[in-house]
Write a protein that binds this ligand. Structure first.
Ligand SMILES: [Zn+2]
Length: 328
């Protein structure tokens, strides 16, 4: 951060005590270094306290309080001190000790003053909330909690507010193709299902469970728009297709090729392999066979069941591939 020599009537001036001091309680004096920006509009720091990696900055009002109606009000009903968390500075977790006034406004009566950088009733500055939001875009909540010193639940609330602000309501009337899949919760045997728009990739719905009943609320919510659904991609492990058929009369069910091949390998190739191994085991006296013997017959049978793609190009194809495979 660029700093400059003294000056500024509006700039917040913070003198940070030495980290070796466990506690200081010095009167605030003009510092040699000042931030060339107003840190806390309407307030100025009067003293600081440092305890290990915690920095407390005591603020004092610079002017009359501002009522929520916008008027400056000189009459003060009472004042209370509130501890407010601020964005960390260097290695320090910062807390502001902020006097908050209740004003006697001629129009509004007794009201708590409006502070431009602090939401009503909040104990986090807007600056800290913005900082947390930026981190939450990049890191898990748990990691952001470690970095900022904020509680997991506090951060979860901030993240929810951010998502409600930035994620727009889907245009339900334009949804034509869906993708749905299940995922495990907490690495256990509990599952959830996610449904997304295949064209915009926007997540439309998430619900706990992977049964037909679990996803039914989505189609109920979709309502008449179900009629416009043209295709739904899914894996082959669930009964989602029955639910789709019930609600979306015009939708094709698309089994994505990756799961088709995986299921084929698991349920066909493995079955044939085990059967043939057992046959060979029973026929110990038989000759070792090559392509023309039992193993060769086995291979031929597999090849005849499905024309496997030799180049494995399906791996790189999106699950909305135009190849619709209903069954094998
Ligand atoms: Zn007012």
């Amino acid at each position: 951060m660029r700093m400059r020599e003294q000056d500024t009537k509006t700039a917040g001036k913070v003198k940070v005590s030495s980290p070796n001091q466990t506690t200081t309680n010095q009167p605030f004096s003009m510092s040699k270094l000042t931030f060339p920006i107003p840190l806390w509009e309407g307030f100025s720091p009067i003293r600081t306290e440092v305890h290990q990696h915690d920095l407390t900055i005591h603020l004092s009002p610079q002017a009359h309080g501002i009522c929520r109606c916008g008027q400056q009000v000189a009459a003060i009903h009472d004042t209370s001190i509130r501890s407010i968390k601020e964005q960390p500075i260097l290695d320090y977790q910062v807390t502001l000790s902020l006097p908050i006034r209740r004003l006697r406004c001629g129009d509004c009566g007794v009201v708590t003053e409006h502070i431009p950088w602090l939401k009503r009733f909040s104990r986090l500055t807007d600056r800290l909330v913005r900082h947390a939001e930026q981190l939450l875009e990049l890191l898990p909540v748990k990691h952001v909690a470690k970095l900022t010193g904020l509680h997991w639940h506090t951060l979860k609330g901030i993240d929810k507010q951010r998502l409600e602000r930035v994620v727009t309501e889907p245009e339900w009337g334009k949804v034509r193709r869906l993708v749905m899949d299940e995922f495990a919760l907490f690495k256990g045997h509990r599952y959830a299902t996610v449904i997304a728009d295949a064209d915009t990739h926007q997540v439309l719905w998430v619900g706990e469970g992977r049964s037909r009943e679990a996803i039914r609320p989505f189609f109920t919510m979709l309502g008449e728009h179900c009629n416009y659904i043209e295709a739904v991609a899914m894996d082959m492990n669930t009964a989602f297709d029955l639910e789709v058929a019930m609600h979306c009369p015009n939708a094709e069910v698309v089994y994505d090729l990756f799961h088709v091949i995986a299921k084929y390998g698991r349920e066909v190739i493995d079955r044939v392999r085990v059967d043939r191994a057992n046959e060979l085991k029973a026929d110990k006296g038989g000759q070792t066979e090559g392509e023309t013997g039992p193993l060769g017959a086995c291979t031929g049978r597999i090849r005849s069941l499905i024309p496997l793609q030799s180049d494995h190009s399906f791996r790189s194809k999106p699950i909305t591939d135009s190849v619709f495979i209903r069954s094998i």
